[in-house]
Write a protein that binds this ligand. Structure first.
Ligand code: FPP
Length: 252
């Protein structure tokens, strides 16, 4: 890590790690080989971001749609995930990283859930970077679940329909404790969100890299940071409002 530094206002970085399969196939190897390399790159990325002082890193590690992959690949990914958590737990604590998960965790094998619980437990006093794995995660499913919670509250008479505001929905999402991602980075060149943080991505900056995830490293991270540093985050306002909020009477 030489000149790499976090750009101002980048608090939450979310990464769609894509391209393990293609990376392996390009080398005439099976997909598992790509996932193994992908897990190693995830570890390095986590440690780099923690050292840089990032507040929140979210990694899209397994989507609800990934359950439809061949059974053997799903089993391998679950095995790798469990092994990764078991091996990395102590390093997370050493690096003061607090671990959490979002997604339909009850769909994961019990052995993986046990590793998740232990990792959450062991890192709960850590006060550095928050690391979240999105596992068996889908943005639409998350929003549907929040809608069910709200509907039950209305049916029970504890919430009025008029009280279903954006904030009320945000409060019922699994991400309720974190700020929205400032930057969503996707590897391997595809321009889509693939059901990732659909509600939370409303004003996220997007950076798509052609790099396949197993080749990801500080060079691509630097490109993403420099893209983010050049973004003017207007949140629907005009440039003048952002640059001169006092003169325009927007700030008291
Ligand atoms: C891989 O690209 C993407 C995933 C299945 C999710 C990310 C998983 C990893 C990085 C490996 C495990 C990580 C940890 C932290 C244990 P792909 O298989 O969709 O590649 P393709 O689009 O080239 O087929």
């Amino acid at each position: 890590m030489n000149s790499l530094s976090l750009p101002p206002h980048l608090n939450h970085l979310a990464i769609i790690m894509d391209g393990n399969g293609r990376w392996a196939e390009l080398r005439g190897r099976d997909r598992a080989f790509g996932h193994i390399r992908g897990a190693r790159v995830a570890k390095e990325t986590i440690e780099t971001c923690a050292k840089l002082g990032l507040k929140q890193l979210t990694l899209y590690t397994f989507s609800t749609e990934n359950w439809a992959r061949p059974k053997s690949e799903v089993s391998f990914l679950m095995l790798l995930l469990g092994r990764h958590l078991r091996k990395e737990r102590a390093n997370l604590v050493r690096n003061n990283i607090r671990f959490s998960v979002i997604g339909q965790i009850d769909r994961l094998p019990q052995a993986v859930r046990d590793e998740i619980d232990k990792t959450i437990q062991d890192t709960k006093a850590c006060s550095g970077m928050n690391l979240t794995f999105a596992l068996s995660y889908g943005g639409r499913q998350e929003i549907a679940e929040a809608a069910r919670v709200l509907a039950r509250e209305v049916a029970a008479g504890v919430l009025r329909p008029e009280e279903i505001t954006e904030a009320a929905i945000t409060q019922r999402l699994q991400t309720r404790k974190m700020a929205d991602p400032d930057l969503i980075l996707r590897t391997s060149g595809e321009y889509r969100l693939s059901n990732f943080m659909l509600w939370q991505a409303a004003y996220s900056e997007l950076f798509i890299s052609e790099t396949l995830w197993p080749d990801f490293g500080e060079k691509t991270l630097e490109e993403a940071f420099s893209h983010f540093a050049g973004c003017e985050r207007r949140f629907g306002k005009t440039t003048a409002q952002i640059k001169e909020p006092t003169r325009l009477g927007l700030v008291q």
